[in-house]
Design a protein around this ligand. Sequence first.
Ligand code: SAH
Length: 240
Amino acid sequence: MTKSTPPPPNWKSWQDLIIRHAPELDMPVSEEQARMFAIHADELFRWNRKINLTAITDPTEAAIKHFLDALVPAHQIPDNTSLLDVGTGGGFPGIPLKVIKPSLTVTLVDATLKKINFVRQVIRTMNLDNITAVQDRAESLINDPLFAGRFDTVICRAFDALPGFVSLSHGLIRTNGRLIAMKGPQVETELKQLETLKLNINGRVMTARDRFSIDVYHYTLPVLGDQRSLIILTPDRGIT
Ligand code: SAH
């Protein structure tokens, strides 16, 4: 039997669902922003028939797990700052964050050209400015002066375990920049690994625990009730 394609979403009620539930995450969404999310989702479902962008094909589930979920880290990202999303895939969380915080300068990176072509198409269709998509491996960015030490925030979702993410991205943030990892509910093992993870900071070797203050914020997705967490690494005062 062939897998049945879900019916095309009713975009008005899809947008209403987001608008109705966003306040539960303390991040209200306007009608215009919900309309932008719908453009992104519509492209996502179209392209997903040809290239693998997401395992989620149910529109309601996508509204919650892709778009509402992406609102949560917005609280941790100041206006008028630069954001790098590594392993952006179908543009998550970078594109919804740009929609919800238009003053951000956003860079999306993915190793797969097809995915970068997709996010470029979304950016064009939505007419967003100050957002660019780059095809590269995250590990290579540190060798590029346009990336090394340039970002106020580096974020990722479903990209790598914490030690890998911190190792490859700590050199991409400014001295006072932060790292944010969007995770499922189980983070204890990965957090423990940070205690012994060695980082080379300007020639000084220190553990990730010494370099960063680490905050964990647990939250629940609206409607579905799934548990998620944000790991936020901010530089420890006194270390420059
Ligand atoms: N962040 C998106 C996609 C997660 S899937 C989301 O949460 O929906 C992981 C993505 O990371 C894939 O798109 C894959 O192509 C990309 N990726 C994996 N290893 C990478 C690497 N070393 N450098 C850059 N991107 C990578």
